[in-house]
Design a protein around this ligand. Structure first.
Ligand code: SAM
Length: 337
């Protein structure tokens, strides 16, 4: 007789979902100012003492991996490449037992230079955000003239073997909504895996509008004008992206339809902000502190217990469609996308 799988110790919520995928924000600062994310002048950044130190970040991730069953660690921000201790943090996390898979979500600026060191430290792969291939549009959209740096970063990641290199694109009506086929062609030509992300109500300026956002159906219709898409026969599991084979495969394209096709029932994510708060969801309005507990001398068992308790409060869904939905106070850049 085989033993029933145990959920002792893992991050399990009231609905039986187990969180194995940890997203860690390393900073709330960013060197771009994407219009759908941040105002031009930036935001009131977290003050130095509020931020977890490199050692504190590694300690909390170690607790998650050793005691809570986390198997995937994804660094994000803000822009994680601007955190000075990034390479050392990656090395420490890749050295944990059992070894988690370690990845990074980045805007790609500086990745060309950092990719070999990150690979040597143990980084497995990267997601690079790129919403347009047009230099002027890129400048308008991100308020910075850095398209060439992002393209170099993508190439550097591929050359360093940080594969599969995934590209994340957000489409906005009247801005870059005509670019879906061009972005897919670019990804196919370079061997990158493209995923479109539906724009979500997470901008600091509260400019998101359900009525005008570009939906997964529209993105797929636009791609269908130039490509033949067939549903991916591979199991989706807890992956946020729904994927399609492009022109019969093996290349694929994904759509993360958080708004119009939510996948909360399969969510396996837990999040740690740069100031040490556990969040169960991008859209959570509650957070649970680990930083002050850690600084007050909590031991690993206590930190693990706090994280488990926080997870039990995870809601069934993000509730964007609920009439009582409230956008979280923290914008995406301070949560970690
Ligand atoms: N700076 C890194 C980057 O650019 O990937 C990591 C942080 S960024 C917040 C992570 C991802 O969130 C990016 O792909 C970005 O396009 C996406 N994002 C930001 N605001 C968003 C929104 N309101 N809706 C959907 N995606 C958003």
């Amino acid at each position: 007789m085989t033993a029933a799988p145990t959920t002792d110790g893992v991050l399990v919520d009231r609905y039986g979902r187990v969180a194995r995928d940890l997203r860690v924000s390393l900073t709330d600062k960013c060197n771009l100012r994407c219009t759908y994310c941040m105002p031009a002048e930036g935001l009131p950044w977290l003050a130095g003492p509020q931020l977890l130190t490199d050692d504190e970040i590694v300690r909390l991730i170690r607790v998650a991996v050793e005691r809570l069953g986390v198997t995937e660690v994804r660094f994000t921000g803000g822009e994680p490449l601007i955190r000075p201790g990034l390479v050392g943090i990656v090395a420490a996390v890749a050295g944990l037992t059992p070894r988690p898979r370690v990845s990074l979500t980045t805007n790609g600026i500086g990745l060309h230079r950092l990719a070999p060191a990150l690979r040597d430290a143990g980084l497995d792969r990267v997601n690079v955000s790129l919403d347009t291939l047009d230099r002027d549009r890129f400048h308008t959209l991100t308020r910075r003239d850095r398209l060439a740096d992002v393209l170099a970063g993508l190439a550097g990641a591929a050359a360093a073997g940080l594969t599969p290199v995934k590209v994340n694109s957000v489409l906005m009506r009247g801005v870059n909504s005509d670019e879906a086929p061009a972005l897919l062609r670019f990804a196919l030509d370079h061997g990158y895996e493209l995923r479109f992300i539906e724009q979500m109500p997470l901008d600091a300026q509260h400019g998101w509008d359900r009525a005008t956002m570009v939906t997964a159906d529209e993105i797929l219709a636009s791609l269908a004008g130039e490509f033949t898409l067939t549903p991916d026969p591979d199991e989706r599991g807890a992956a946020p992206a729904e994927t399609w084979l492009v022109d019969g495969g093996p290349a694929k394209v994904g759509v993360i339809a958080s708004v119009t096709r939510p996948f909360c029932g399969d969510c396996d994510r837990t999040r740690l902000t740069a100031d040490g708060q556990v969040r169960n969801c991008l859209f959570a309005t509650e957070e649970s502190d680990l930083r002050d507990a850690l600084r007050a001398g909590a031991d690993d068992a206590d930190l693990a217990r706090r994280w488990r308790t926080a997870t039990r409060g995870k809601r069934a869904g993000h509730g964007i469609d609920d009439p009582t939905f409230l956008q979280p106070t923290r914008p995406m850049s301070a949560i970690g996308g």
